[in-house]
Design a protein around this ligand. Structure first.
Ligand SMILES: C[S@@+](CC[C@H](N)C(=O)[O-])C[C@H]1O[C@@H](n2cnc3c(N)ncnc32)[C@H](O)[C@@H]1O
Length: 157
């Protein structure tokens, strides 16, 4: 993630959970740009809300409640971060299609999945699906206990 997130960017922390990465991303943005912390569960968003209060990042973090079948986000982003969540999304076709349209032309989508939940072949299948939705691989970062891929829009990576 480091090196790809730059000041002024608009970043979606999809499936933000309790917001560990939301706060990290906000730090990387150095009080510029924006982080949308998006999750299905109100309880998680409440935890993030508490973390934001008094953090100094109140102005750049926005909370967003996702729908069951779509993110419901309707603004463009430069970077979408999805840590340990894509395997929980019920319909990958809809999800990848939506992320493609949410991203700016040179936007990037970073997926990290736990290797104890997502097998090598399941992850490869996910990557093939990403390619069928016009994403192209930029990098396959090595992360402990995880499978990761960074993609961009085909022709723009
Ligand atoms: C395993 S947690 C990971 C949380 C966070 N990314 C982290 O690494 O700390 C998965 C999170 O994704 C959220 N989630 C699952 N399916 C989702 C969906 N379809 N839309 C939005 N959030 C979802 C869950 O509510 C949960 O908070």
């Amino acid at each position: 993630m480091k090196g790809h997130i730059k000041e002024g960017m608009s970043v979606i922390d999809f499936g933000c959970g309790p917001g560990y990465f939301t706060m990290e991303i906000a730090r990387m943005l150095n009080n510029s740009g924006k982080v949308i912390a998006a999750d299905l569960q109100d309880g998680m968003l409440d935890i993030v809300r508490n973390k934001i209060n008094g953090s100094g990042f109140e102005n750049i973090i926005e909370l967003h409640k996702c729908g069951e079948d779509n993110t419901g986000i309707n603004e463009k982003a430069d970077f979408v971060f999805a840590f340990y969540v894509v395997h929980e999304v019920p319909n990958h076709d809809n999800f990848f299609n939506e992320i493609y349209s949410l991203l700016n032309a040179v936007g990037k989508f970073y997926i990290v999945e736990p290797n104890f939940h997502v097998s090598k072949s399941e992850f490869e299948e996910m990557i093939n699906k990403l390619k069928s939705f016009r994403f192209e691989i930029i990098d396959r970062p090595k992360i402990f206990f995880s499978r990761a891929v960074l993609v961009g829009k085909t022709g723009n990576v």
